[in-house]
Design a protein around this ligand. Structure first.
Ligand code: COA
Length: 151
């Protein structure tokens, strides 16, 4: 079935989503967040967490922290089986619209400099590279590119 024929839903992440998020997290990152870290994020009062469902199947999620009028994107992943079908863009654009409605003005994130897929996605939404954190990722020693968007 083509992506546009599927029923898409973006909604807040709830505690019962945890096991599916762990699956996607482990399939998406060389050093995935632990179950405990995901749980803390899901329950945090400072968090803004959304997921996207296609025909009722959770295919990806975004996790952020909010502080005053700033948002820090901490985690974003789409299940490898569902990538390159527009789900990341749909989820990201929904998240940015809701953040704008909430009065958030600045969005920041870090991304591995080798992660061209994610960097292209962020550039598509108007993010600009504003800095670099040296050897930010302990597993590979890779630098992080800091990206920023004013809403
Ligand atoms: C980054 C990620 C979330 C993108 O999700 P997705 O659903 O595949 O993204 P989309 O299909 O909406 O694509 C959006 C844009 O991203 C870019 N992109 C996505 N995958 C790409 C790839 N493999 N190579 C190059 N560009 C890519 C393209 O610019 C694309 O736009 P286009 O289709 O108009 O060319 C997904 O690849 C992922 O989960 N990666 C692993 C986890 C990760 O790296 N998260 C980000 C951490 S900072």
């Amino acid at each position: 079935m083509r992506e546009e024929e599927k029923s898409l839903k973006v909604r807040e992440i709830l505690p019962f989503d945890l096991s599916r998020l762990i699956e996607i997290e482990r399939a998406s990152f060389p050093t995935p967040w632990s179950k405990e870290a995901l749980k803390v994020q899901i329950l945090s009062p400072f968090a803004f967490n959304l997921l996207i469902e296609a025909d009722g199947v959770v295919v990806g999620y975004i996790m952020c922290l909010i502080s005053k009028d700033e948002c820090h994107v901490l985690n974003l992943a789409i299940d490898p089986k569902f990538r390159r079908q527009g789900y990341g863009s749909k989820l990201f654009s929904s998240a940015l619209s809701i953040l704008r409605e909430k009065g958030i003005r600045e969005v920041y994130l870090e991304v591995r400099e080798s992660n061209l897929a994610a960097i292209k996605l962020y550039l598509k939404f108007g993010f600009k590279a504003v800095g670099r954190r040296k050897r930010y990722y302990e597993d590979t020693g890779e630098d992080a590119i800091v990206m920023h968007l004013s809403l």
